[in-house]
Ligand binder design. Sequence first.
Ligand SMILES: [Zn+2]
Length: 268
Amino acid sequence: MNDAKGLNKVLAVLGAFALLGLSGCGQEAVIETDSSIQATTEQTSGSVNEEGAEEHLDYEDQDEWVFESGEMQSPINIETGAAEAMATDGSLTLDYAEEIIDVIDNGHSIEIEDGGQAIIAGRSFELAQFHLHSPSEHTVDGESFPIELHFVHKAQDGRLAVIAVFFKEGTENAAFQAILDDVEANEESTVASGLSLNVAELLPANKSYYHYLGSLTTPPLTENVEWYVLANPVEVSAEQIAAFNEYYDGNNREVQPLGERSVLKYEE
Ligand SMILES: [Zn+2]
């Protein structure tokens, strides 16, 4: 029973997003229905004809129900001028462990397995790992950065949240150097190095960010991932960017259409 309920909820949410993507007749269908989510689901899953009348769901043929997704993908280009001020307190409190579990070259990125906690807008997430893309996956007003770091978090209920940090060329970054050195020193080793890292050096002091709902940027491209793209980049040296590019240069997914989604701005 609970599973069925859960599925209905998922379908309802996906249906709601699908409706946002429809023009004219789809939106009229929303207005005509009552406000319950279940009714919205039925409107969405049943096909809507030209006159706005819809066929009802066929509960005898549930395998044929259409499962919509793909409208909420990441990364995106962030248009700063179009970002809406966040109406609620979205403050970030990050407390990441300095004892690194392992640094791994996983074949598509350098990934650092780490623990710790993030409080995002009052909700608690556990850090699972962070990894790097070059060049950046997100762009800001069309501008790309040399590197983008993704802190990947999971909440107790399984919700995913990624905090993204841009790296730009500037002064050398000691924490980033420690990661590069560890990868080089332990390339052939399967044993964890026991690296100790001042993770705070990989974050800007001011944690203003852009927020939107997107997806993982590698398969299975799972949607409903919360993105927090920090507005202020951290500096790394040109030599460090070149050193990272020896491992990865071009492990960035192309930007995806924003569609009907909003991008919010939180100013710290
Ligand atoms: Zn990533």
